[in-house]
Structure formats: C-alpha cells, structure tokens
Design a protein around this ligand. Structure first.
Ligand SMILES: [Zn+2]
Ligand SMILES: [Zn+2]
Length: 339
C-alpha cells in the first residue's frame, strides 16, 4: 500500500472530504499506525473552526486513535510492528520546557496534540512519536479503545488523582461522552456515585452505569441535593456548561473539590465565601499521558467498563460530526476504517 484515505477539512469551518494522500513514512523515534478507529471529540470542532493557534489547513484532525503499528522509524525501541496501540490527546512532549523538565509531561508548554500539531486519526494511517503510544489490552476492540485516549483518560485519571477514597461521595455532572464513562469509573473505583444530568429520563441509564443516586438538575437544586447526601468529596464537572459546574460548589463537603473538565470559554461564577468556608477547591484537569491512557485502558478491561459508542465508517464523517455537535450521540461517535 502506498496511499491512504484521509478525511480533511480544507478551509476553517468547512466540511470534511475524503481524499487520497501518500502513505507517510515514520522518521526517527516515530511509528506509523494503521488506524482501525478514531473517536470524534467535541474539541475537534475547535480545530476545524481554527479556534486554537497554529492549526494548519488542509486539516486532518482526530485525537482518539486506535490501531496497529505497521512501520517503525529509526531508533524505536519497545514497540514492534503489529502491536495494538492507542494515541490520545497526549501526542508527545517537547522534553525541554519547564513542565517537561519537572516531569509534568501533560502540562508540556509545547504539547503535541494529534490532529493539531500533526495529522491525526481521521485517516487510514498516521505517524506518531513513540512517547505517545499506549498499549491496548486484548479485551478491548479498537472502536471501544479509541475514546479512552481522551474521554476515558480524562475522567479516570482525574478521579484516581483526586482526594476521594473508596466509600466517599463522588458526583459526576453531565452524562455525555465523558460523563457516561466518569460514572462507570467512579462506581468501579468504589465511590458512592451520584450522577447529575438534565431530565428524569436519564435516571435509568445513570443507575445502569453504576450510579447509586441520580439528581435531575431541571427539577432539583443540585447543591442542596448533594448536601442532603452528606456533601460531595469530589464533583467531576464534565458538562460543557460553566453555570452548571459553578452551581455544584455549594454541594461540596469540607475540603471537597470541583474538578473542571467541561471545556468552555465562559467564566464560572463562584463566591469566595463558598470556597473559604469548608476549604473547598476548584481546579482544572487536562488529560493524561500515554502511560495514563494505558492505565485507563487496563482498568477499563479489568473492571468490565465499556464506552457506549456509535461506530460509523470514515466516509460518513460529516454525518458523525453533525451528530456529535447536536448532542444526539449515545455517547461517542467513532469513525471506523475498513481496510
Ligand atoms: Zn478530546
Ligand atoms: Zn515540554
């Protein structure tokens, strides 16, 4: 094979078109991945609309990649052709900035996100640095592994790094691409899990995912409901809604933390008094490194968690993207490459 099909966007805000490109060759320290699946993340829309600096067009986006290594660049050690690998939001670190020198690679000032820093996963193949590779366990099919590179690691790694301990009350705000995974992880990590979403109709799903409690934010004051349960040690804010995230702070227990994952530009409105009384904290959480992604996939396989996905062939990328943007996806659109 000397060529590959990619879904590219030629101009900012444009539609995807399927075109043939020459198959890229991996340079030193890089591998080529024959892609089997790529999740469609909401952040991809920001790249398509040129909302981040340095996006180049024509653009091939996608940072929830799963496939097999099919070519090794010079000097790659520890990986072989045929290995099943994932690449997520963490697409490699620069190695020389201050966070990198401190070993804090996810906060690299020059973080190389696939589909932004280099061509991403809406394609039949891509080249990635070996630092970005995470091994996929045998139990996980590619289409279910793919979303774990962003949605999965973001929720799992946030929870395992939090101050919550087994038995603590942990609330997950939002039941979408991230939230439906966050509820499953929280339950399997041994937390008394609360799901918060809009509408009574989501209660059944929340309980099936492992939530012990469900709060319908359209009819219930969320912070009161959390306090009635004893106060949340952690709220995982996955809803892309600044007001909804802000409204949970009064529901935190003493020394409780709101972890902000919903990536929106709007300001959050939180009273300093609400933070001071009870020593509460609010902080963001970007994602995790390749090892964190590998840990996420291992825990997912170990605990029987599965992302709920809607697989769609690469050719139908425009329909998949529209469905993701409309909020209708249940819960992650995943492009599949039939090759
Ligand atoms: Zn993402
Ligand atoms: Zn760096």
């Amino acid at each position: 094979m000397t060529s590959m099909r990619v879904a590219q966007v030629t101009t900012p805000g444009g539609k995807f078109e399927i075109v043939e490109r020459e198959l890229p060759q991996p340079g030193p320290g890089h591998v080529r991945i024959a892609i089997e699946a790529c999740g469609v993340c909401h952040t991809d829309a920001a790249f398509v609309h040129n909302a981040f600096p340095g996006v180049e067009f024509p653009l091939v986006t996608g940072h929830e990649v799963a496939g097999r290594i099919d070519a090794l660049g010079e000097g790659v050690t520890g990986w072989r052709t045929g290995d099943r690998v994932a690449v997520g939001w963490f697409g490699g670190q620069c190695g020389h900035c201050r966070p990198c020198r401190e070993g804090d690679f996810i906060n690299c000032a020059n973080l190389r996100v696939p589909g932004w820093a280099y061509p991403g996963g809406y394609a039949e193949a891509m080249v990635a640095p070996e630092q970005a590779l995470a091994r996929i366990p045998d139990e996980l099919p590619a289409a279910e592994a793919a979303p774990l590179g962003c949605a999965g690691v973001t929720t799992f790694h946030a929870l395992r790094q939090s101050t919550a301990r087994p038995g603590d009350l942990v609330a997950v705000l939002g039941l979408g691409g991230l939230g439906h995974l966050g509820v499953q992880y929280a339950a399997k990590l041994g937390f008394e899990t609360v799901a918060i979403a809009r509408g009574a109709d989501k209660a059944d799903l929340a309980h099936r995912l492992g939530a012990r409690h469900y709060i319908d934010s359209t009819t219930t004051e969320v912070s009161d409901a959390l306090q009635n349960l004893g106060g949340a040690k952690v709220v995982l804010g996955t809803a892309a809604n600044a007001d909804a995230m802000s409204a949970t702070v009064d529901g935190l227990a003493h020394r409780g933390e709101l972890i902000v994952l919903g990536a929106v530009p709007e300001p959050m409105s939180i009273s300093p008094l609400a933070l001071i009384s009870g020593s509460r904290t609010v902080h963001g959480h970007p994602s995790g490194t390749a090892q964190d992604i590998q840990d996420t996939m291992a825990f997912t396989a170990l605990s029987g968690i599965r992302p709920m996905i809607e697989p769609v062939p690469l050719e139908e990328v425009n329909q998949a993207f529209e469905r993701m943007l409309s909020g209708a996806a249940r819960f992650r659109m995943v492009l599949t490459m039939d090759r």
